[in-house]
Every structure is written in C-alpha cells, then in structure tokens.
Ligand binder design. Structure first.
Ligand code: FAD
Length: 849
C-alpha cells in the first residue's frame, strides 16, 4: 500500500521573503514562517503528478536536503500538499465528482476542479423543468418530487456539484432528491441577485440542502408552509455575474476537494457563502424541518463526511441559540441622547465621528470657534489611526478615497537619532521584532525586523515581483500615516457633515453649571445663544474650557519627567526621497521632528524654554536645516487631568491630557479614549461605574506613557549640553522606574512576561489599542536601542539561525519599492493594494499562530 502526495488544486506559492512563504490556496492567503522558499518551490514542482513521498523526494534537484524537504511537505500538509487515497483503495480511477449544469458557471466550476490526478470530473445536464406550482400543489410532496424522478446519477459518484443558472429551482431540487436517494452528498453553486451562493454541502440526513437554504433566504424562519413554499420549485435562478464566476468556482472547487479527499476540512457543511462585493464570509445554515427534499432523503452511511456534517450542524445550532445572537439592550429611558462636542480640532472631529458611528441613538452637535483656530500640529500618527479610520469596527471610511483626498505618507515607525554619541541611532518600528537577538548578536537594534530594515533603506513593504508586477505586504508590516494637518481636518469636517453631525460656529463665552456645581447645565455663546446637551465632550485643546475651567478637575503635571514646553515649527525641502518614518533628532535643548511628505519635510524643534528662547531654537534649527522656510512657535504643557469624565463632561484630546510629541502619541491616545468611551457608553445618565472606571483606566495609561517617554530623556547620551545633562541627572522615571531596574538585572523584559508571544505576531494593529506604552516589549526597544547597561539572558535562537534570517530579510529589502513610488502606485493605479487591507482576506493565515 503506497501513499501518494500531491499538490492541492488552485495552489500558488507567492513568495515574499526568503524565510516566509505566502501561499494562495483557492481564495485564501496563508503565510508560513521559517519555511525555505526555494525548497517549497522545488517540492511543489516535484509533487506533480502526485507520487509516493520517496519518489517525490527523488525528483528533487541534486543536493537538496531530503530531511528538510520531507519536513516541509509534512508541515504544509493540508493546504499545499495533500495525501491522496491509496491507488489500491481508489481503484484505477480517481474519485468521481459529477458537475451538473448547462451554463458557463458549471463550466467554470468543472474547470476549477480539474486538478491533475486528484479527482475525476464528469459533466451532466440538469433534469427537465418541473411541473407548474399548481400541478405540484395538486400532487403534493407525497407524490414525489416536482421534477419527476431524474435518476440521472451514475454509480460510484462521490460528490455531486450542482452549478445551475437560468434554471427552475425544481430542477436543482430534483438533482438533490436523486442524490439523496442514492446517499451521495451534493454541493450547490447558484446565482442569487448579483451574488453567487456557494454551499451548503448537503450530506443527506445530516445537513441542509438547497431547498433549506432557499427557504431560509426567501421565506424566513417562520414561513414555509402554504402556497409560497409550494411554489418554490417553479421559481427560477438567474444568471451568474461573469465577474463572480471565477471566485465562486474556485471556492466550490476547494470545498469539493475537501469534501471528497479531506472531509475534516470541509467548511460548508452547515454554511453557505455569498460571493459578491463584500468579502465572502460563511453564513451558518441549518436543515429546515419542513424541507421536502430532506424529508425524503435516506441518511448517508456513517463515515467521515457524515460525522463532520453532524458536528458542524450541532455547532451551528449552538451558535444560533447562544449568547452571540442575543440583541444588545437598547438605551434606557434616561440615557444621554444629545451630545455637544466643543472644539473642532482633530480630537473634536474624531470624537463626533466616533460617537455618530458607534452610539447610533445619539444626536451629535459640533460647536467650534473659527475665531480661535486649531493647534495646527499633530501630523505623525500610529497604526491605530489606520485601523480606526478604515476598519468596519472603526469608522469604515474608504481607504482609497482617503488616500486621494488627504495624500497621507506611510510611516513604518520612528527613527531616533538618539542614544550613544556618534552612532546612527535606532528605530522603533511598529512591527514587533527580534530585539533580543539583534542586541545580543549584533550589539544594536539594526536588522531586528523587516520594518526596521525597510526604514533604513527608505522603502516600504510593496515589492516588485520581477515580472513587472508588484505585491504588497502592507497588511503584515504595520504602518501609520503622516497627515497634512489642514488636509486631514478638511476631510474630517466633510465626513462629519455627511455623517449627520450638526455644526454650530460660535465661541463659548461662558459655561452655566447646575446649582450643585457638579454638572454643566448649558453653554452661553458670544452671540448670547444658549446651548444645552445631555453630555458635553470637551475638545477645546489646552484651554480645557469645561473639564478644567468649569468643572475644576485638578491637573497633574508631568513636568518633572518631561522638561520640554515649547516648539518652533517650519517646512524644509527634502532631497526627493520620501522617508517612510518620523525622525526624532537630538538637539541642544530638546529634539526636532521630521515628518516627511511627498513635496517637503515638516520639521519642529521641541525644546525647554528654561534652556533656550524661541529665537535661539529657531537659529539652531535653521543652521541644521539649510533652506528652512518661515517658522512659527507655540507653547504646551505635559500632564493630565485627574478626571477623564467628571459630571456630564468628558475630556478628549489635549483638553484632557497631552504629553510632548516625541513618540507621536497624541492622536493615538485620543483614539484610545474614544474606544473606551464608545464601547462603555452608559445606558443611563445615573450610571457612575463607567465614568469612575474609565478615569482610573485612562489615568494609568497616560501615566505609563509618561514613564516610557521619561526613559527616552533619561538615557539619551547623544549630546552633552546643559539640557541633556539636566535630563540625565534629574528626569523622574515615574512609572518606568521598576521596569528599568528589572531590565538592568535581566534583559529583555519581554522574554519572561506574558506578552512575550507578541514578538511572534507582526500584525498587531488591533492589539495596538491596548495599553501599548506599558508593555515590556516597547521598553526593550527603547532601553536596548539607547544601549542602557543590562545583563542580557542568552537568546533562544542560535546565532546561525538569526544571521540566516537577517540575510534573507536583506535580500527582500532589495525588491521593496521606495516610499514615493509605492504611494503613487497604490493611490493612482493599484487601489487594490489598499483595498486588500480592509475587510479582504487576511494576509496572515491561522495556521501560523
Ligand atoms: P486643538 O487643535 O487646539 O482644537 C481646539 C478646538 O477648540 C479649536 O477648534 C478651537 O476653535 C476650539 N475652541 C477652543 N476654545 C473654544 C471656545 N471658547 N469656544 C468654541 N470653541 C473653542 N499629536 C500627534 O498625534 N502627532 C504629532 O505628531 C503631534 N505633534 C505635536 C506637536 C506639538 C508641538 C504639539 C503641541 C502637539 C502635537 N500633537 C501631536 C498633538 C496634537 O496637537 C493634538 O493631538 C491634536 O491636534 C488634537 O488637538 P485638539 O483637537 O485636542 O485641540
């Protein structure tokens, strides 16, 4: 008995990095790590036609390591490689699948299934049209199926795939009834409106059939008896949209192969998938107890597929009954209904949009004063903004439209021109990387992940494939945006208008409080108008008009940790290369940001007014930036209020808290505040637990951020000016003190902590919302990058393996496109590169983690 190995149908090995393999199987994309690419290609070639494993290994090019090749075959079993039924068990022919249908959809399905050697595919026509509904009604189900006894299936068939177009439902039901009598499973592929429904896989006696699916889709759970249900057989299927046929066919072929060769992996045994505009997602489907086809079916013999079907149906039934489908409670009678957002800066508009999108019963009014204007800086962000703007769980805003209107630049992290004198500094990329190995084997953070290497090469994760095409890994290497402040605000304003946010242009002249002084009663505008809301969201920036001035929330300053309090801002020409990162450059009395745009760089010198005047700072900046344009300056303070939420006032953005912008964290923290506010939005005005809990949670998160930034001032030894001497001597590490002490004794922090697993996961967009700046990993980056003295434990990865990984990454960086070229390409000619990021199939397969 010799077992044969073959390649799954529709499998394509799309290589991105030498140590990572992206495999397309049907319409799934799966990423494997630590699998040598050249070897995968060689083994895939060797596995066609299918062969026993020994023969397959013999076919490999001379010099190939057989043990590693065998390991690769076994690791990728299931998706890339399949064990085929033994020749003797199978008999001379491959298992027979009959594709029933007359049109191009059936042709596409049969074509997609024809993988060499795996299955034998035969075509069959649909049976003749069924009787009219009235004939069917007169005869009744007991008289047999309306299409008559088709009895068309040959013996020995293992699966029937009905791919019908332009046909009466009754013809499909007739095939199902015939198959059910012969106890053969059936997979249905039918057009419905502009979509194609793939599924269910009907296992007679166990799972739902076409008629069950149509009853659920057309008649709903309660209807089903009576004339309408009786008329079902005479309804007619339309024609599949030509653009949908290939995807539907690929999906059907994948399911057919699974059902016949690998039943444990069949996915449509209690589900159907709609192939249309939206990403295909299986919708659960249960057998309908009034279904005439199922009622007449003889149960399938006990076997792997029947058991899998029974399990899938039981789980789908549990899900239907379970907690997930219970409706959320609506708002209580005294729930807050009206919200005034005071202040039209970034924080105000993001707050208004988030409240509109996530608390549907709220009436949201934006009150802003064009007299005051906005702070006008705040252009570097974190990946959280990308997810918040575009994901379906966030605002769901069109990513392509956003790129065309706002012209963002992608940012992979922050490069710190920082640390010991004379060095190149280090990167804090948004991708998690091998900090431990990089420091222990290389003595710095250089090469610790792909994003870090791309940043140094000024490239982005869009790769030339060598055949004139490109392929994107933007979904696997997290990125953020550089945003032109005015363009971004215009976009937010227009989006808020379209979302139904009311707008009042007025200056709030005074605030009326309730007699007890514990809530705001109304706002009085400079024109004498009176505005009253149930809740007030204070987004008035550093003025903190409501939270601080009206409600008196105490202010906790971070000045003992963060000494800077002023900035000089100017535009500077660049050399034509767009930097895909924010630069933080050490300066005499602080540091200078560089936020790259396609046409120029925006720079800002953040300094301590105790060590330099505005003129001195501007002079130093101009000296270091030839061609610098006119400058302007501003003042700020670092710290937070005691309350995020006091009475009926919530502070968002600078009105609640702000830390100096070294790590571009302000918008990130604003989004965190909005996430927590909207997901915990109280059902009643009397509820106090939510505000009290959020005050504590957010206070801790801001304090963690303060500590992490303090580390960046305390240990930067790049310059020996009075400002930096003072930092090294007196910066209060605050919440970071314990972490620094532990790091010195046993680095890295992430190794023995519960977040160690994070290092393996490059795709942390959603997790980025958590208390990121309190995590051990970001401390390791910052302390390791600055070369803070520590006893490092030996890494688990051997040096040779680390060096090999670096070598492979280096080779890939050569294929990556420069930031400007990739941006222009995605925006103008290949919007699919952006669209694939949102809601499309994940770039990261479940198998990896
Ligand atoms: P503002 O932009 O100041 O808006 C306040 C609003 O309140 C205005 O619309 C104003 O008209 C209105 N208002 C005030 N008083 C009244 C009144 N009485 N009546 C009616 N309306 C009123 N963040 C980042 O994420 N990345 C960065 O790179 C970054 N860099 C920064 C650099 C510096 C030097 C500074 C100081 C901040 C930086 N920030 C950065 C923070 C950034 O400024 C804020 O995150 C962001 O702009 C939000 O500001 P805001 O909306 O809270 O306040």
């Amino acid at each position: 008995m010799i077992e044969r190995w073959g390649v799954a149908p529709d499998t394509d090995v799309v290589v991105h990095e030498p140590d990572e393999v992206l495999v397309r199987a049907g319409d799934q994309l799966l990423l494997y790590r630590g699998v040598p690419v050249g070897l995968v290609r060689a083994v895939v070639d060797a596995a066609s036609p299918p062969a026993p494993l020994g023969d397959l290994l013999d076919r490999l090019p001379a010099g190939t390591d057989r043990a590693t090749a065998e390991d690769v075959v076994r690791r990728l079993e299931g998706v890339v490689f399949r064990r085929l039924p033994d020749e003797e068990d199978r008999g001379p022919a491959a298992p027979l699948v009959v594709v029933v249908g007359d049109g191009p959809l059936a042709e596409a399905v049969a074509g997609a299934m024809a993988a060499p050697g795996a299955l034998a595919v035969a075509a069959a026509a649909l049976p003749p049209a069924p009787p009219t509904p009235s004939e069917w009604e007169r005869a009744g189900p007991a008289a047999g199926h309306p299409a008559g006894d088709a009895d068309a299936l040959p013996e020995g068939v293992r699966l029937v795939v009905v791919a019908a177009e332009d046909a009466p439902y009754g013809a499909v039901m007739a095939v199902a009834a015939d198959a059910a009598r012969k106890r053969v499973p059936v997979l249905f592929v039918v057009p419905d409106g502009g979509e194609v429904v793939v599924g269910p896989t009907f296992v007679p006696g166990a799972s739902a059939c076409f008629e069950c699916e149509r009853r659920a889709a057309l008649l709903g759970p309660r209807a089903g008896d009576g004339l309408l249900a009786a008329a079902l057989p005479a309804l007619t299927l339309g024609r599949a949209h030509p653009a949908r046929r290939p995807a539907a066919a690929a999906l059907a072929a994948e399911e057919a192969h699974r059902a016949v060769l690998d039943p444990g992996r069949a996915t449509l045994l209690a589900a159907a998938v709609r192939v249309g505009d939206r990403p295909p997602a299986p919708a659960p489907l249960l057998p309908d107890e009034r279904c005439t086809t199922c009622a007449a079916a003889a149960p399938s013999p006990d076997g792997p597929l029947a058991r899998q079907a029974a399990v899938a149906v039981a789980l789908a039934a549990d899900r239907r009954a379970g907690i997930r489908v219970r409706p959320r409670p609506g708002p209580a009678d005294d729930a807050p209904r009206t919200v005034g957002v005071i202040g039209g800066g970034t924080a105000g508009y993001l707050a208004a949009l988030a409240l509109r999108a996530r608390v549907p019963w709220l009436d949201v009014t934006m009150v802003e004063s064009t007299r005051f204007g906005v702070i006008g800086v705040g252009e570097a962000t974190t990946p959280r903004l990308v997810e918040f703007l575009h994901s379906p769980d966030g605002l769901g805003l069109d990513i392509v439209d956003f790129h065309r209107r706002v012209l963002p630049v992608w940012k992979l992290g922050v490069h710190y021109d920082w640390g010991p004198p004379g060095g190149d500094g280090f990167a804090w990329p948004f991708q998690y990387g091998a900090v431990h190995e990089a420091v222990c084997y290389g003595g710095s953070l250089d090469d610790h992940c792909l994003a870090e290497m791309l940043m140094r090469a000024r490239r982005v994760p869009v790769f030339a494939t060598g055949d004139g095409g490109v392929t994107s890994r933007l979904g696997a290497v997290p990125f953020a945006y550089h945003l032109h402040n005015a363009r971004f605000l215009t976009y937010l304003r227009e989006t808020a208008d379209a979302a139904g946010v009311h707008h009042v242009d007025a200056t709030v002249a005074s605030v009326e409080c309730t007699p007890a002084g514990d809530e705001v009663a109304a706002l009085v505008t400079d024109g004498g108008g009176r505005l009253a809301f149930d809740l007030y969201v204070d987004c008035t920036g550093f003025r903190s008009l409501l939270l601080e001035q009206a409600m008196g929330s105490p202010y906790h300053s971070y000045a003992s940790s963060l000494f800077t309090d002023a900035a000089v801002v100017a535009d500077v020409p660049h050399d034509g290369a767009v930097k895909p990162f924010t630069l933080a450059e050490t300066m005499d009395s602080g540091w200078c940001w560089n936020i790259a745009f396609e046409d120029e760089d925006h720079r800002g010198y953040v300094f301590s007014s105790a060590f330099a005047s505005v003129d001195e700072a501007a002079e130093e900046m101009a000296r270091k930036n030839p061609g610098m344009g006119d400058h302007w300056s501003l003042r700020f303070r670092s710290g937070r209020h005691e309350d995020f939420w006091r009475g009926n006032v919530i502070g968002i953005g600078n009105a609640y808290a702000f830390v100096e912008p070294l790590a571009s964290t302000s918008i990130h923290m604003t989004l965190l505040e909005l996430d927590l506010l909207t997901t915990n939005f109280p059902a009643s005005r009397r509820d106090r637990a939510v505000p009290d809990g959020l005050n504590r949670t957010l206070g801790r998160m801001w304090d963690n951020l303060r500590g992490w930034l303090a580390v960046q001032y305390r240990f930067n030894t790049r310059l020996d000016t009075p400002f930096w001497q003072e930092c090294r001597r007196t910066v209060d590490l605050a919440t970071a003190a314990d972490k620094v002490a532990l790091f010195r004794e046993r680095a890295p922090l992430a190794v023995a902590s519960p977040v160690a697993k994070e290092r393996l996961d490059p795709f942390f967009l959603s997790r980025y919302a958590a208390d990121y700046f309190g995590q051990d990993y970001v401390y390791d980056v910052m302390l390791g990058g600055q070369g803070v003295g520590a006893r490092w434990v030996p890494p688990a990865t051997p040096r040779a393996a680390w060096e090999e990984a670096v070598r492979r990454r280096r080779a890939v960086v050569d294929y990556a496109l420069p930031a400007a070229a990739a941006l222009e390409l995605a925006r103008e000619r290949r919007p699919d590169l952006l669209e694939a990021l949102v809601g499309g199939p994940s770039f990261i397969g479940d198998e990896l983690y």
